[in-house]
Design a protein around this ligand. Structure first.
Ligand SMILES: [Zn+2]
Length: 70
């Protein structure tokens, strides 16, 4: 699979977690980087003072919810 077509949702690699993702990126809290939606959520939760564990728990719930929507 060498040929990839450029489209609106081309695969991007998140500079924060290094994972590829599709879709609209989030902007990091310091406004300098485009990061994946998961990291965007993580940073937002971190800003609320939630622990790493709580962040992962909430992300897990978000992913479950997204899967149910598909
Ligand atoms: Zn990321």
């Amino acid at each position: 699979m060498k040929e990839t077509r450029d489209n609106l949702y081309q695969l991007m690699v998140c500079p924060k977690c290094g994972k590829p993702y599709r879709g609209a990126p989030a902007i990091s809290r310091d406004n300098t980087r485009l990061i994946c939606p998961d990291c965007g959520t993580r940073e937002a939760l971190e800003g609320l003072g939630l622990s790493q564990e709580e962040q992962e728990h909430i992300l897990g719930n978000i992913h479950r919810y997204q899967e149910e929507q598909e």
